[in-house]
Design a protein around this ligand. Sequence first.
Ligand SMILES: Cc1cc2nc3c(=O)[nH]c(=O)nc-3n(C[C@H](O)[C@H](O)[C@H](O)COP(=O)(O)OP(=O)(O)OC[C@H]3O[C@@H](n4cnc5c(N)ncnc54)[C@H](O)[C@@H]3O)c2cc1C
Ligand code: FES
Length: 572
Amino acid sequence: MTDSLRAADTALAAEAVAFEFEGRTILGRLGETLAAALTAAGERELRETRAGERRGLFCGMGVCQECLVEVDGRGNQRACMTKLDGPLSVRRQSHLAAAADLPSAAEPPLAEEEVLAPDILVVGGGAGGLNAAIAAAQAGARVLLVDERPQPGGQYYKQPLRATFPDDTQFAGGRALIAKADTAGVAFLRGAQLWGAFEPLDLMLFDGAASRLCRPRRLIVAAGAYERGLPFPGWTLPGVMTTGAAQTLLRSYAVLPGKRVLVAGNGPLNLQVALELARAGAEVVAVVELARRPGPWAAAALAKMLTSTPMLALRGRDYLAELKRRGILLLHRHVIAGVERAGDGLRARVVPWPAEGGAAGHSYEVDAVCVGYGFMPSNEILRALGSRHAFDPGRGHLVTERDGDGLTSVAHVYAVGDCAGLGGAPAAEAEGLIAGVAAARSLGLAPAAAQERAVAGAQAQLRRHSRFQRGLWELFAAPRLLTELAGPQTVICRCEEVTLAEIEAGFDCGAQSVGAVKRATRAGMGPCQGRYCGPLLAALAASRRALPLDEAAHWAPRPPVKPMRISDIVGG
Ligand SMILES: Cc1cc2nc3c(=O)[nH]c(=O)nc-3n(C[C@H](O)[C@H](O)[C@H](O)COP(=O)(O)OP(=O)(O)OC[C@H]3O[C@@H](n4cnc5c(N)ncnc54)[C@H](O)[C@@H]3O)c2cc1C
Ligand code: FES
């Protein structure tokens, strides 16, 4: 499907690797994810649910657990995070395999010398984490950086498998940061996830083979964000995925999600990804945007953006011009009303929003539907450690309370970037630098004068960027939809297959809090741990009882903060 891109990869023949999927032999490329290889081969149906539905790649970043497969008999492997490193045998995972995955024998206890004890542990190797790690290491701290992805870079700076995708400032910037971290002496633990965070600072990591205990003197959390879930009929069908998942397929692995693609949601990332897909050869049938079309009313927002970060504002203008030049329809104040199977592909119905007296809308037959309705912070590590959060109605999510250095309400724990409140890559970079220097200083190290000057520069960058963000989101202001697009039978909890009707019945039968609804319906008890349905249910429960949507209105995070096989937990 991305034939031209993949064919352009001259290393393809040399690095091709054959693997089995459900008895079919597929040719993939060493180092790409199973999800990328399977998508390129047209295999989109991955795990099978209890009700017998097939699910496919959805988040593309290890959060939703919809891409679970069995690899060489080992269950619960996320196809989007598992690298193709040899001739594997891959099968669809059925829900039964997940339950059967228990340890066969007790593992030996952890030896004391195996405890990792860096000065500073940085969790997350994106814009925020890399900058924090570099700053702290340059100030003289022993820094360990863990990231569950095989390659550091996070979302903004994600790197290509090889130079198959045209180089750009995002790739080059990420490459430079990773090289700078290496030079500064940052130790990397790649493909390792932090799954347990216990007070005071006992942190459990899984490095792909074993669980490790880490006891750093300081912790900097830079875990980023994931895409907000907006349920509509058909949002669980294979081929419907987040805009970020499509972007990762393309930018990291030179794979298109489909030949004909519809992009829908709210915010500038959708415009960027639509253009990236079109430039790579996809036919983007439309970009569906929930916000209204900019007009004279947008002058104040544009002024904020132009006077704070003109380069980014002009990039947005260029996106719009290129969409027009390429003839890609940009439909403002529209949403996806539903997606259904149509032959080998999908049919998506797009309607005006707010609904206009039964307007029929448009239908598009496509291979893939990419949806992006904004992001939610990955704050589970911070919340598990007990750091205070407050609900920000403007941004629609919990924000971590921090001082000017990024220090949270928990001693020795810093938070930077999107995990603490969505602010974009430039803010994550500035916060990372400030927190890295502050954490090193708190250990008694003395950062050089140049670093102190860099901190002052980062503080100024933060102020500028926050003004830019305010303007940007005035431009993209849109109603924050919850379950308005869902019908009674639409699945709200993707993992446990709980429908809107079942959730409403739970509320109607007396379950008032979000915890009671969870117990009554099982919503949020599945492997994604309520990351998609949790914020929706919290908002519904709070509005039914006219209570504030504060931290107490949300589910408490529980270990493991990332799904783990029981055998891997017991092994540690
Ligand atoms: C899917 C997606 C695509 C995006 N694409 C763009 C774009 O193209 N352009 C743009 O301007 N902005 C984009 N953004 C927004 C931008 O990427 C972010 O604002 C920026 O990356 C924030 O940097 P960060 O360091 O806070 O987080 P990230 O860059 O997201 O980095 C967080 C890192 O933490 C790691 N991590 C999380 N939890 C754990 C754990 N428990 N254990 C180990 N590692 C963990 C993740 O693997 C990730 O690498 C995107 C955001 C998302 C979510
Ligand atoms: S698509 Fe792999 S975990 Fe979401």
